[in-house]
Design a protein around this ligand. Structure first.
Ligand code: AMP
Length: 365
């Protein structure tokens, strides 16, 4: 299917969390119908989509019926099992493509890919905590990466989960214990001056369009704020765009991609890539003429990208767990755009919403 999708046609979205919800709203705005596939009950995206399937990723009958009901599948979640994707792809295209998913599902595959295309990453070495020789292997890995270092599971880590910091050469065993048996990667600690991210899109016509880089601050391993513009030099900004473009082209990518970067005195280092819309791009709703969700829907449906011009300076703040108690105060603010995900239960660490404060018209840094 290389013809663009027309309004009224169906987009399937794998994953029903807040990113799926925001994608579904953007798709509806362009006249598409959305079918959400999500294993968990009552997902946030279900409330704003035309159809919802609640079934696991190994339910072959449900996956087939889902694929048959839509014209195209995209995703808000990169850890969909390969077998489920095979079943879907036999019926209908998946965008972004499978390679983007495979590369970003595993931290070592991802870093190998980034190095192969000439980009810088933190020093890294594979460690398998499930093997009897793990302590010796970790000691060798520490010699390769230096300490401090961070042991991360290769797969399924997010928001700082599946990570253990090693502050000195005696900290290895505690980190192995903390990680459990999962295959892992040891990453040397990057002394960055700031963390930035680029939300970039590539269309079916190969055109690339990047949003302004945002500057990210994390709290307890979870994104806390994104400030735009980032306090970076013009050269760093151009380099960040160049890195995003190199990744998109190398993956023959179609859709929106998030690239997290460490800004260091030696240059930009790629931390990780996400083959989807990204939390650090939520500011685009309030600060740019098109948001990342609508840009993603345009890309995957074969519509031309819109120039992602930024009209305002903004600060996006995540509302996590009990931060929800601040909502009455926030909604009384005249310069604050509130976005709530409709989640019933506010657990610690759970993303409940975000607020983007417009701090003025767009300025250069
Ligand atoms: P990640 O899940 O890999 O994005 O890591 C979450 C956060 O931990 C990052 O945004 C950084 O703040 C920090 N972090 C991760 N890896 C490193 C590293 N190699 N050096 C320094 N800080 C890191």
């Amino acid at each position: 299917m290389n013809r663009p999708l027309e309004p009224g046609q169906w987009i399937g979205i794998l994953g029903g969390g807040q990113l799926g919800r925001m994608l579904a709203m953007a798709a509806a705005r362009l006249g598409f119908r959305v079918h959400i596939y999500e294993p968990g009950a009552n997902p946030p995206a279900g409330e704003v989509a035309a159809e919802l399937t609640t079934a696991s990723y190994d339910d072959h009958a449900a996956l087939k019926a889902f694929a048959e009901s839509v014209d195209l599948v995209t995703y808000e979640f990169e850890n969909v099992p390969a077998e489920a994707l095979d079943l879907i792809e036999a019926q209908v295209p998946i965008r972004p493509n499978r390679r983007a998913l495979a590369v970003s599902q595993d931290r070592i595959t991802e870093k190998d890919f980034l190095r192969d295309i000439g980009l810088d990453t933190a020093p890294y070495a594979a460690v398998d905590p499930g093997q009897p020789d793990a302590p010796a292997r970790l000691a060798q890995a520490m010699a390769e990466t230096g300490v401090p270092a961070i042991l991360k599971t290769r797969r399924l880590g997010y928001d700082g989960k599946g990570q253990a910091r090693i502050m000195d050469i005696h900290g290895g065993q505690a980190a192995l214990d903390a990680i459990g048996g999962a295959p892992s990667v040891l990453e040397g600690f990057v002394n960055f001056s700031r963390e930035i991210s680029v939300i970039a899109a590539r269309g079916m016509d190969d055109r690339i369009a990047c949003f302004e880089p945002g500057e990210n601050v994390h709290k307890d391993g979870i994104l806390h704020t994104t400030t735009v513009p980032a306090q970076i030099s013009r050269e760093t900004r151009e380099r960040a765009f160049g890195i995003a473009g190199t990744i998109l082209a190398a993956l023959d990518y179609v859709g929106v991609l998030g690239v997290e970067l460490f800004d260091t005195p030696e240059g930009l280092i790629v931390n990780e890539i996400a083959p989807r819309v990204h939390n650090s791009g939520h500011w685009t709703e309030a600060g740019a003429v098109i948001d990342q969700f609508e840009q993603h829907i345009r890309a995957v449906t074969g519509w031309p990208l819109v120039d992602p011009l930024r009209h305002s300076d903004v600060v996006m703040t995540n509302l996590i767990g009990d931060d929800l108690a601040e909502v009455p105060k926030i909604r009384a603010e005249t310069g604050a755009l509130l976005h709530l995900y409709g989640k019933a239960e506010a657990r610690p660490g759970r993303k409940m919403g975000h607020v983007t404060r417009v701090t003025g018209p767009a300025t250069d840094r």
